[in-house]
Design a protein around this ligand. Structure first.
Ligand code: GCB
Length: 620
């Protein structure tokens, strides 16, 4: 096995170890992805706020004039844009963080500075801070909610490492690298798109760059609870199965899981790897559901640490064509969502943003959201837990990924592992989705099967799927088939369809014949049409609200005839920015398929969908 590369984050290293070692035991696999779980409950110093920035399109701070990186090689751990090269050593001053402008963190740069609106490249961020651990022996970590897409992180002139992937958390230990006063944290964030990246070059969303989520310093005890899973065992309404993992020198400890409201208190003992397996009776709990999103305080303690959070308990399974929540069939009244606050502009970045977006979904009478097409911030799942909304979470394996490239697969696995590591205790999350609309081929199906396998290894309790495509029968354009071999590996038959928009007119819906041989539950993960909010006209006129409304009516009628239909998530709750959408006067850089416009006003289709969902709620 290769030694861990210094540029890898602890998360990456653990995932690589997982992939290479092919650990035989389910328990061992469960805990191997690693994470700094429940980071927000930790004692922390927020580094949110203004950071000084240097926009560096030629990466002058990273490469010398021979285009060699400064921070490669055995002795050089720093980049050029470092405070440890004080200006007074040279008369030439060509950069200065002190005199540079600032950007707010968390936040994308595109919506904060007009000249960065279309920018795809590197920006250096610097933040000065003082910190002292509150107890000797405690450990400090710098934690990033996400940085899109690559982040090179330096503290006091030393490189901490690099993280690749724009939507998942990462962290570095800084216990021995910080001083009480005058620390300089520098991050180069680069949002250039790459063919071999995840996502790749071509997406239908805005490539917001920057430190888009919270940054904080976390303080934990010398040996601390780094990861745990406290969830109902698959198929059981009263047994908890999971694990606790400690990190630090005192790995063998006695600990306890307590759920005071249930009178549950269970002891565990961690082994020499710091791992304890959990398997206990939950007690007389109310199960979590959209109608009753009951959460319980769960406290986990060991001799050196304790953490707590609110956790809901529910099961999710498939039986025949049914999706069973807590053993009972459920219809998923869904909608898709990008992580964007159109009212303010830019990436959604706060709990308030999550509440706004999820609140709109609730007004639509949804019980389900597809968080497209990448992991949204952690508050989304936490607030969905509170509000009783079920979630489909996805990684950005989108359209035409490099299926033959092992590094691309590793990248996708890392992002999936980091997402599952972050959200595996959220009752709201019922699906891990490994991809969206990927073209069928042998290498693609192998790639996605590996991701599905990883998701199942890391989390045997949730459903796993992908948004697939439909194809017309070559001999009859009105016969639509789902013939994707990936369907054998997924828990549901989930696919996108655009009848009436990209395929024919809405009237086609009445003539369509579906051939879905799979006995699994069918979930429509997208359908929709662009409409400019406030543009009215004939139902036959594209881009009017009336066209979109008509398309919704006809699609809903058509889809209702699929016997195995167990849920839909039309595309999409709110208009979102996309550089691909250029039609002047109509799109102007926005994908207009929202049932809510960029100004927050509901379009006519919103009410058609709500009526459909109201009818579903009335059903047993
Ligand atoms: C799709 C994609 C989604 C696009 C949407 C559209 O099939 O999955 O990302 O934004 O269609 O509007 O075309």
């Amino acid at each position: 096995m290769d030694p861990p590369n210094e540029h890898e984050t602890p998360n990456n290293v653990k995932l690589r170890i997982l992939a290479l070692a092919l650990l035989p035991l389910a328990l061992a696999r469960l805990e191997a992805a690693g994470s700094l779980i429940n980071a927000y409950s930790r004692q922390s110093l927020s580094l949110n706020g203004k950071w000084n920035v240097i926009v560096d399109p030629y990466e002058t701070g990273f490469y010398d004039y021979r285009y060699q990186p400064y921070d490669q090689g055995p002795d050089s751990t720093a980049a050029f844009f470092m405070d440890h090269r004080p200006a007074d050593k040279s008369e030439l001053v060509e950069y200065s963080f002190d005199r540079s402008p600032t950007l707010m963190v968390p936040g994308d740069w595109n919506s904060q500075a007009e000249k960065l609106f279309y920018y795809e490249g590197s920006v250096w961020y610097r933040r000065l801070f003082d910190i002292r651990a509150s107890r000797p022996g405690n450990r400090l970590f710098v934690y990033f909610g996400a940085a899109n897409y690559e982040a090179d992180v330096y503290l006091n002139g030393k490189k901490l490492g690099r993280h690749v992937g724009g939507f998942t958390p990462f962290f570095f230990e800084i216990t021995n690298a910080v001083k009480p006063v005058g620390n300089s944290l520098i991050v180069k964030v680069d949002n250039k798109r790459h063919r071999e990246g995840v996502p790749t070059l071509n997406t239908d969303w805005w490539n917001y760059g920057g430190l888009t989520r919270d940054v904080m310093i976390l303080e934990v005890p010398g040996t601390f609870i780094t990861d745990y899973c406290v969830q109902l065992q698959k198929g059981s309404l009263d047994r908890v199965a999971g694990f606790v993992r400690l990190d630090g020198v005192r790995r063998e400890q006695k600990g306890r899981v307590e759920i005071p409201e249930l009178g549950t208190s269970v002891e565990f003992t961690t082994d020499s790897d710091g791992v304890a397996r959990l398997d206990f009776a939950l007690g007389k709990a109310q199960l979590w559901s959209p109608e009753n999103p009951r959460l319980y305080d769960v406290a986990i303690s060991c001799e050196t640490d304790h953490v707590s959070e609110r956790i809901g308990f529910r099961t999710i399974e498939v039986r025949g064509a049914d999706i069973l929540l807590n053993g009972r069939p459920i219809f998923l009244r869904g909608i898709c969502l990008h992580e964007e606050n159109p009212l303010r502009g830019g990436r959604a970045r706060s709990a308030e943003d999550s509440r706004l977006l999820l609140g709109w979904a609730r007004e639509l009478n949804c019980n389900f959201l597809r968080l497209a097409h990448y992991p949204h911030n952690e508050s989304m799942a936490r607030i969905a837990d509170e509000m009783g909304l079920l979630l489909w979470e996805e990684i950005p394996v989108y359209w035409t990924i490099q299926w033959d490239n092992p590094a691309t697969l590793d990248n996708a696995k890392t992002q999936l592992g980091e997402l599952i590591g972050r959200d595996r205790n959220r009752a709201s999350v019922i699906f891990w989705s490994v991809a969206n609309e990927t073209p069928v081929s042998g290498p693609r199906t192998d790639f996605l099967r590996q991701l599905i396998g990883l998701a199942r290894d890391l989390d045997p309790t949730r459903l796993v799927s992908s948004a697939m495509e439909v194809h017309a029968d070559p001999s009859d354009a009105r016969t639509l088939m789902v013939d994707d071999p990936l369907n054998e590996a997924t828990d549901v038959t989930s696919f996108n369809e655009y009848i009436g928009w990209y395929v024919g007119q809405p009237d086609l819906c009445a003539q369509v014949k579906w051939v879905i041989k799979s006995p699994k539950p069918v979930l429509i993960t997208e359908f929709g049409a662009d409409a400019l909010q406030g543009l009215h006209g004939d139902a036959a006129a594209r881009f009017t609200e009336e066209f979109q409304e008509d398309l919704y009516r006809k699609n809903l009628q058509m889809l209702s005839k699929i016997p195995q239909l167990r849920g839909i998530a039309p595309w999409i709750l709110v208009d979102f920015r996309s550089p691909k959408r250029t039609l002047p006067g109509i799109q102007d850089g926005w994908n207009r398929k929202g049932v809510i416009g960029e100004n927050g006003t509901k379009k006519k289709a919103f009410f058609v969908l709500k009526q459909f969902y109201d009818g579903k709620t009335a059903m047993p």
